[in-house]
Structure formats: structure tokens, C-alpha cells
Design a protein around this ligand. Structure first.
Ligand code: ARG
Length: 578
């Protein structure tokens, strides 16, 4: 159990003894300011309101009944009735020593695991992945890792776009290449192939007609067109997989459940919506009007689910996907990591899915939207020529830039080691720069700041980790062999221990709210506290007795493990040296 939950129970029971009604919450949280203890219980004010009594007197009677013997060094009351709890260094040391024995850092799995379906990355297969797919892929993957670490059942869903009208054009183009040259060659560069097809489509009306015919054939199950489509899809998916490997994103081929997967259900779904009198005909199309999402004038929000010609839409597929996720996958939570520009779409899909009972009322449907990655000019990130940046190119550049930095910094590593470190630093920097920003905001992409060894960056944290490893190399001892008691004698030691013990509280918030920057901030604060500790508390200096040295080394080890675990949850790798 983490400290906050533990103290919550203690304060709650003191409140009960003090005669406070059980619906009054203790409201325990880490103190925000130095001097106000390590934790605060702020429930006295609310309780006093309910009981129509003096909050400060009520706080005093809570404290009187609060049994924190051996846990709190002092408890004081501030202002109108804030209860400040200063924890005993000895108690913190015991907690930390206990956590140290465990490879999960003392964090227990959740007692009631949920099934979480996570929809992320989900590129359109018609083209190569570009920077627009970066945020969804890495934020989604961080959440997936975290939920799994907490003990939830996580089902990844890569909802790739593999079924739109573009696939008529692409299959028609591919067919022509089959007759002329090597189709494998033709698909070598998906961007070039797409551009070719598009030019062909725009310039040649006969080809355009054929393309339109092929979409219908494809969606109707024509074997020949399906074969071409499969061929295209295989190449495109292979490209995505390569990106996932390079990015250290955990999506696997078996997680792909593209739009095409729901094809057979779409007509059934529309029929059901009609039977429920939700879908109505409007100008030849099938539309659901949602009063729940009406605008200011009271006009219901229209959701188009079938076009006049019979074609289905993005929303139809998403409804089918949601039903599958609820029925077959038995999701308790469905998390979508998609650009904020699709918020209206997601809101409509969620509202309609619940209204039509495709999803139980209790299932949590969550769109975790994110902002846009911007260039230095404050406009969406583009190449100098104004084109979208290919993800593959961006990642190559990241590693190249990191390699240069590593070579400047260190001459001890051989070429192979330099490349390995450069890969981890470069990719880590790109991911961390994204994850450390508040998800919902736009952010400015900057190589200089993300690759800096100062500040809240991946290289700073990775460097912090390697410094700890080098202390152990110098000491000639491994963390596992450390013996002796952990003692927190200096303020910096206590502050560091407390922070270490707060990881699980941090993870709970991130898992609930899907804001990875909270974990980034935690790791950055931890690394900064470590730096202060390192300056104030000599470890390997002459004159430091063995007991103190070993105690401090234990703290170092725990910081190292926590940095490693935290970065791993963000999908970022560490190294022993850099
Ligand atoms: N393929 C879509 C795009 O690139 C994203 C799909 C997101 N997931 C979903 N279930 N709609 O914009």
C-alpha cells in the first residue's frame, strides 16, 4: 500500500473515533510546500462545515485520535485546520528497505484488475507513417505499458485505415504494375507509389472509373482485388512494424485490427440502428440525430452512418469496433489515443454506442486527445519544402544527432557501443520530449532542447542513470550485495527516500488520467533530488564509514532502479555507460 492510502486509512479511522460522519473524506495528499510536513490531511474543513463546528478544533480532535506512533515524527495543525504530517525518517527507511527487496519496487499489482482496450497508433495504410502518427504511438504505448505494470489486462488495438476509397486507386495501380514491372519494386517507396496512383487517378478518367469500381469490388469481397489489397497491406504493415521496432513501441502484428475487420458487421449495425428508430433517412443517407449533443440552438448533432450510394463511414466502423470491444473483448475501459481534431467524432461515437446499447452503460469510454506537434515557426511540423515529415526520416535524424553528441562526450566507447547509445538517446529524446509535455497542448518540436543533457529531457535522466552505475563500478560492488541498514540521517536523504516511495501514487494518477507527463515530472524531480543528495552526501570519499557508505549506496541503487523502471514504462531505454 502506498503512503497516501495508508495515511488515508489512519486519518479516516481517527475521524470516525472523533465522531465525524463517514461520508467526510480525510483528503490526504503530499504537501506542496516545504515546512508543511510530508503529507497533509485537509478533511477537517469539509467535515466542520457538515457538522457546523469549528474546523481547527475538529482538526485537533482528529489529531488526538490519530495513531501514527513510530510513523510520524510530528503532527501539527496549520491555518484553519490543515493537518501536517512529518514522517519519521526511520519509518521511511523501513518502507524503502522493504521496497528494495522487490523487483517491482514494492508496488503491488491492483487488487481489481480491469480489461483495458487501447486503440493507438492506427495509421492509414495507404501511405507511409509520418510525424502525425508519432504522438498516438508513443503516448498510447506508455499507457499500455503502465496499465500492464499495474496488473490490468491490456488489449492493444491498432485500428489501421485499410478500407477507404483510396484502396480502389491503390489496387488498380498495383494491378498495372503486376503486368509491367516487378510489383515488389513498385511498392518499395509507399509515398512514391501513392503519388503515382494519385496522378494517374487525376489525369486518366478511365483509370479513375476503374479505381471507383475496385473499391466496390474490394468491399464486396472480390477475390482478385482482395489479393492485390492483401499484397499492398502486407508491405505497408511491414513498414509500420519497422517503425514500431525503431521506436520501441510494443505493437505487434497480432494487434492490428483494421477497419476492414468490421466490414461484415456494418450492414447489420445500420439495420439495428434503424430498428431502434435511431437511424433515419435524410436526403437518401442514413443519419442518427443526437439530441444529447445538440448545439446552442437545440439542433441535434447528426452522425452519418451510411452514404446515399450505400457506402459506410468512419463513424460506422468505429461503432462496430466499439461493439466488438465491449462484447468480444469484454472491455471495462476503452482508451483512444487520437488527435484532438477528432474529438467531435469520438464524442458522437461514444454517445451513440451507449444510446444504442452497443456498449454497457458502465464501460468507460475515453478519448485521450492530444495537440499537434509544431515546428519552430509555430505551425504544424513540416519539412523545409512544406511536406509532411516521414517518421522514418525523423528517427534516422534523431539517432544521427545523438551519435554526434555521444562522440563529442565520450571516447571510451567503441563504435558499436556508440551506435547503441546513440539509438537509445536519440529515440529516447524524441519520445520523452513528447511525453513530458501536457498531452492536450500543442508543442514545439526542437532538436536542441530535446537532446540537451540539462533539464527535463531523456538524456538528462539517462545520464543520471549511468552516473549511478558508474558509482557502483567505482565502488566495486553490485547493488545486490549491499548489506547493512538503510539510514536517513541527512535531510536530502530523507527527501530522496520519500520521493522514491511515491512512485506508486504517481503511477495511479497517470493510469487514471492518461497523462504521461506526470510520470516525466516525477522522474525529473527524482533525478534533481538525487543530484542534491549527491552533492550533500559523499559516498565513496575517504573517511566515510562503511555503514554510511552502504546506506547511501542503497539509496543510489533504488534511484537507479526507479529511473530505469519509470523510463521503461515510458518506452525509453537506459544504458550502463554513455
Ligand atoms: N486512422 C485514423 C487516422 O489516421 C486514426 C484511427 C484512430 N482510431 C479510431 N478508432 N478511430 O486518422
Amino acid at each position: 500500500m502506498n503512503i497516501r492510502d495508508f495515511l488515508t486509512e489512519k486519518v479516516q479511522s481517527a475521524m470516525t473515533t472523533a465522531g465525524i460522519p463517514s461520508e467526510c473524506a480525510p483528503i490526504v495528499a503530499p504537501s506542496k510546500k516545504a515546512g508543511f510536513g510530508d503529507y497533509q490531511a485537509n478533511g477537517a474543513m469539509g467535515a466542520a462545515k457538515v457538522m457546523k463546528t469549528n474546523p481547527r478544533a475538529l482538526a485537533a480532535s482528529i489529531v488526538e485520535n490519530l495513531d501514527l506512533d513510530g510513523i510520524a515524527a510530528t503532527i501539527d495543525i496549520a491555518g484553519p485546520g490543515f493537518i501536517n504530517i512529518h514522517l519519521c525518517p526511520k519509518w521511511l527507511a523501513t518502507q524503502l528497505a522493504h521496497a528494495q527487496l522487490d523487483d517491482r519496487l514494492g508496488i503491488t499489482a491492483v487488487s481489481a484488475p480491469q480489461t483495458a482496450v487501447v486503440d493507438y497508433s492506427s495509421p492509414n495504410l495507404a501511405k507511409e507513417m509520418h510525424v502525425g502518427h508519432l504522438r498516438s504511438s508513443i503516448i498510447g504505448d506508455a499507457l499500455v505499458r503502465l496499465l500492464e505494470f499495474q496488473g490490468h489486462k491490456v488489449i492493444r488495438q491498432n485500428h489501421v485505415g485499410d478500407w477507404g476509397t483510396q484502396f480502389g486507386m491503390l489496387t488498380a495501380e498495383l494491378e498495372e504494375h503486376l503486368n509491367t514491372d516487378d510489383s515488389v519494386m513498385a511498392l518499395n517507396d509507399l509515398e512514391v507509389f501513392y503519388r503515382q496512383s494519385k496522378q494517374h487517378f487525376d489525369a486518366d478518367p478511365a483509370f479513375a472509373d476503374k479505381a471507383r469500381e475496385y473499391v466496390v469490388k474490394l468491399q464486396g469481397g472480390d477475390q482478385n482485388i482482395l489479393k492485390l489489397w492483401e499484397q499492398f497491406k502486407t508491405v505497408s504493415l511491414k513498414h509500420s512494424e519497422e517503425m514500431y521496432t525503431n521506436l520501441n513501441v510494443t505493437l505487434k502484428p497480432e494487434d492490428v485490427k483494421g477497419e476492414s475487420f468490421y466490414n461484415d458487421d456494418l450492414s447489420v449495425l445500420v439495420k439495428e440502428l434503424q430498428e431502434q428508430n435511431l437511424a433515419v433517412e435524410s436526403e437518401g443517407a442514413q443519419v442518427v440525430f443526437l439530441d444529447e449533443m445538440a448545439d446552442k440552438e437545440g439542433n441535434p448533432s447528426p452522425v452519418l452512418i451510411q452514404k446515399k450510394g450505400g457506402g459506410y463511414l468512419y463513424a460506422t466502423t468505429d461503432l462496430a469496433a466499439l461493439r466488438y470491444r465491449a462484447d468480444t473483448l469484454q472491455a471495462d475501459r476503452v482508451l483512444y489515443f487520437i488527435d484532438a481534431r477528432q474529438s467531435l467524432h469520438m464524442q458522437q461515437v461514444f454517445t451513440l454506442a451507449k444510446k444504442a446499447n452497443f456498449v454497457p452503460a458502465t464501460t468507460s469510454l475515453e478519448h485521450h486527445a492530444f495537440g499537434t506537434m509544431m515546428g519552430a515557426d509555430g505551425k504544424p511540423f513540416k519539412t523545409r519544402a512544406g511536406d509532411t515529415v516521414k517518421l522514418a526520416d525523423l528517427l534516422v535524424e534523431a539517432v544521427e544527432r545523438a551519435e554526434k553528441l555521444v562522440r563529442e562526450k565520450n571516447t571510451d566507447l567503441n563504435d558499436e557501443q556508440v551506435l547503441e547509445v546513440a539509438r537509445k538517446v536519440g529515440i529516447g529524446a524524441v519520445k520523452y520530449a513528447d511525453l513530458s509535455k501536457t498531452r492536450t497542448n500543442d508543442y514545439i518540436f526542437s532538436w536542441e532542447s530535446m537532446l540537451s543533457f540539462e533539464g527535463n529531457t531523456a538524456p538528462y535522466l539517462q545520464y543520471g542513470y549511468t552516473r549511478i552505475q558508474s558509482i557502483f563500478r567505482k565502488a566495486g560492488i553490485s547493488a545486490a550485495d549491499l548489506k547493512g541498514e538503510l539510514a536517513l540521517e541527512v535531510d536530502q536523504e530523507k527527501a530522496l527516500a520519500l520521493k522514491l516511495l511515491q512512485l506508486s501514487e504517481c503511477l495511479e494518477v497517470v493510469a487514471r488520467e492518461a497523462y504521461p507527463h506526470i510520470l516525466c515530472n516525477y522522474l525529473y524531480e527524482l533525478a534533481s533530488l538525487y543530484m542534491s543528495f549527491y552533492e550533500a552526501c559523499p559516498i565513496l570519499k575517504d573517511g566515510i564509514d562503511t555503514a554510511t557508505r552502504n546506506s547511501r549506496l542503497q539509496l543510489c541503487a533504488q534511484v537507479g532502479n526507479t529511473l530505469k523502471t519509470g523510463l521503461d514504462l515510458l518506452g525509453i531505454e537506459v544504458m550502463e555507460r554513455m
